[in-house]
Design a protein around this ligand. Structure first.
Ligand code: PLP
Ligand code: COI
Length: 352
C-alpha cells in the first residue's frame, strides 16, 4: 500500500534513522489501526495506510472535546523479540477514561489486537535493541458523531498509530529543573485521574510559561489546598528519602501511572525497598534525597532542582546524574522491558 504523507511529516525507513539520537517527536509510520462505533456497537477494526481523519464540522470531538488516549511502548529485546510492556493496563485505563467521558469503552481484547497488529505491521520502525529508542504507541478515541446541544455523541472512532521515539526530555537521563506551577492541572472531583486530551489542553499555558522561564516542566499542586504535590503535565513523581525509602504522592486527581505502579512493585519485590504511597507536602520536598518523574514517555527522568517562586530546592543527587536508588529502579524497569531481566508474570507481551 502506498504511504500517504502529510505535509510536515517525514517518511522514514529503518536504515535512515539515527536510532540512538532520535528525539520524542512524531515520525509517520506506514500502518495504523481504525475501528468505528455506530448503532450501539464497535465494528471490525482494520489497518489502514491513511493517516488522515475527516470529520463533520459538528463532531463531538471538535465541539465538546470528547476524547481519551493512551501511551505505551514496544521494544526490541536483547534476543530480538518485539514486545510491549503491560498493554493490558493501558486497555483497562482507557475503559475507565471512556466511562468518565460517557464514551463507549473500547473492548480490552480488541485493544490488544490493535497493539499487536500495528506493531507487527510497522516492525521495521521498532528501534533496535541497545539504542535507547522505542516504538511509542498512541491509542485514542474520539466523538465523530454530530452534537450541538451539550450531550455525548452517538458515534466514535478508535485509532492506534505508532512513532519511533527517543528520550522525552532533551539530554536523556540528565537531571532536569522544574518549577512549582501557579496553575492547577485538575479540579477536585474532576478528570485528573483519567487520560483525556482536555487535561492536556488546559496544561499547555502552564507548560509554555514554565519553558519561557527556563524550566523543563511544572510541578502541579493539589487543586484544593495548593500545599501537596500532585504530578507534572505528563508524569507522576517518585521521591527517595535519605533512608532509601520510596515515597510517591497519593491523590485522587493524578493519573494512575502504569510506570509508577510497576516501580512500586519492583521497589518492594525486586529491590527490597520500603515504599509509601501518601500525601506529600510541598514543604517536605527539601528533605528528600532524590526525585524522579515516571511515565511511559519519561521512563524515569531525574529531577535535580525544584524552584518554588524563587526558592531553589536542590536535590542532594545533584544535576549531573540520577541518584543511586533512582538508577536501580531505572535499571530494573528497563531491564525487564528490554528482556535482560525476568519480569513478573504477564508484564511482557511478546508480539513478534
Ligand atoms: N501523569 C500524566 C499526566 C501522564 O500524561 C502520564 C503519561 O501517560 C503519566 C502520569 C504516566 O503514566 P504511565 O506511566 O501510565 O505512562
Ligand atoms: C505518556 O507517557 O505516554 C504520555 O502520554 C505523556 C505525554 C506527555 C507524552
Amino acid at each position: 500500500m502506498k504511504q500517504r504523507l502529510q505535509k510536515g511529516c517525514v517518511s522514514v525507513g529503518k536504515a535512515n534513522l539515527d536510532w540512538s539520537n532520535i528525539d520524542f517527536s512524531y515520525r509517520q509510520t506506514p500502518q495504523r489501526y481504525v475501528a468505528n462505533y455506530k448503532d450501539g456497537a464497535w465494528g471490525e477494526g482494520q489497518l489502514t495506510g491513511d493517516s488522515t481523519v475527516v470529520l463533520n464540522e459538528c463532531a463531538g470531538i471538535l465541539q465538546y472535546c470528547q476524547e481519551v488516549f493512551e501511551g505505551l511502548k514496544a521494544y526490541t529485546t536483547k534476543n530480538g523479540d518485539i514486545v510491549a510492556f503491560r498493554p493490558d493496563l493501558n486497555a483497562e485505563r482507557m475503559v475507565d477514561s471512556a466511562k468518565r467521558l460517557e464514551m463507549p469503552p473500547f473492548p480490552k481484547e480488541k485493544f490488544l489486537e490493535a497493539v499487536d497488529a500495528v506493531v507487527s505491521a510497522n516492525a521495521d520502525w521498532v528501534p533496535p535493541y541497545g539504542t535507547g529508542a522505542s516504538l511509542y504507541l498512541r491509542p485514542y478515541m474520539f466523538a465523530t458523531g454530530i452534537v450541538i446541544g451539550v450531550k455525548p455523541a452517538t458515534e466514535y472512532q478508535f485509532r492506534l498509530f505508532s512513532t519511533p521515539v527517543g528520550p522525552y526530555f532533551k539530554g536523556g537521563a540528565k537531571p532536569i529543573t522544574i518549577c512549582v506551577s501557579d496553575f492547577d492541572r485538575a479540579a477536585p472531583q474532576g478528570t485528573g485521574h483519567i487520560k483525556a486530551g482536555l487535561n492536556y489542553a488546559m496544561s499547555l499555558h502552564a507548560y509554555v510559561a514554565a519553558h519561557a522561564n527556563g524550566f523543563d516542566e511544572n510541578m502541579f499542586l493539589d487543586p484544593a489546598t495548593r500545599t501537596y504535590v500532585e504530578e507534572t503535565g505528563g508524569a507522576n513523581f517518585i521521591f527517595i528519602t535519605k533512608d532509601n525509602e520510596v515515597v510517591t504522592p497519593k491523590s485522587d486527581s493524578i493519573l494512575p501511572s502504569i510506570t509508577r505502579r510497576s516501580l512500586v512493585y519492583l521497589a518492594e519485590h525486586y529491590l527490597g525497598l520500603k515504599v509509601t504511597e501518601r500525601r506529600v507536602a510541598l514543604s517536605e520536598v527539601a528533605d528528600f534525597a532524590e526525585c524522579g518523574l515516571c511515565g511511559t514517555a519519561a521512563v524515569i527522568s531525574p529531577v535535580g532542582k525544584i524552584v518554588d517562586h524563587g526558592r531553589e530546592i536542590c536535590l542532594p543527587s545533584g544535576m549531573e546524574k540520577m541518584g543511586p536508588i533512582t538508577q536501580k529502579l531505572y535499571d530494573t524497569l528497563t531491564g525487564i522491558q528490554l528482556g535482560t531481566m525476568e519480569g513478573p508474570e504477564g508484564w511482557i507481551r511478546k508480539i513478534k
